[in-house]
Design a protein around this ligand. Structure first.
Ligand SMILES: [Zn+2]
Length: 193
């Protein structure tokens, strides 16, 4: 069985996925970041943790075969295929306060924190997702800079779910910087057995 979900620009969607199903995250138009978060199904106190993923993998990067872990240090996803190879584990979901900090326009701005909290019917105070396709350049002196994603139209990442999960996925709302190449566009998620 194959199920396709379109996530409009600047919006989010929740999708239930069973253990062993695959998830393909597709950047339909290129240059668009996907904030990818998940909870263990019916156990929302266990959730995807970018920090634990960095810890367990001893790496700031993800690659083919990398595992993405939960806050309880259990394997949640494995990356099976990746057209791009450049993703971000450092940044929390964008939120009104972030837009205020950098651009003074947070009031009413669509944002990934609200989009993911709303679709998961939860109100986490902060979410650290895996930011697929986000290109954060990490310099040797420790400074970082957010560059335009390297993803082109149709590029994708495929993962296997290693437990039953509820995804909360958002097509990132930042149009003010290079983060999403200066514009926001829709993405697609495909779930297959
Ligand atoms: Zn965002």
């Amino acid at each position: 069985m194959k199920h396709e979900f379109l996530i409009d620009a600047c919006s989010g969607k929740s999708i239930d996925v069973k253990e062993n199903q695959t998830i393909t995250v597709i950047d339909l138009y290129g240059g668009q970041v996907v904030d990818f978060f998940a909870e263990a199904l019916r156990k929302p106190n266990e959730f995807l943790s970018a920090g634990v993923t960095i810890d367990c993998n001893e790496s700031l990067r993800l690659g083919i075969n990398s595992i993405i872990y939960t806050n309880l240090y259990r394997p949640m996803f494995q990356i099976l295929a990746d057209d791009v190879g450049e993703h971000d584990l450092l940044h929390p979901c964008c939120r009104p306060e972030m837009y205020d900090f950098f651009y003074h326009n947070g009031d009413g701005h669509p944002n990934c924190l609200d989009n993911i909290n709303n679709c998961l019917k939860n109100q986490r105070p902060i979410i650290h997702p895996v930011n697929f396709f986000m290109y954060t350049k990490i310099n040797t002196d420790g400074t970082i800079s957010v560059e335009s994603p390297l993803s082109k139209a149709g590029d994708s990442v495929t993962l296997r779910a290693l437990m039953d999960v509820r995804l909360g996925v958002a097509s990132c709302s930042v149009s003010e910087s290079k983060c999403n190449s200066g514009k926001c566009s829709p993405v697609k998620i495909v779930i297959e057995d």
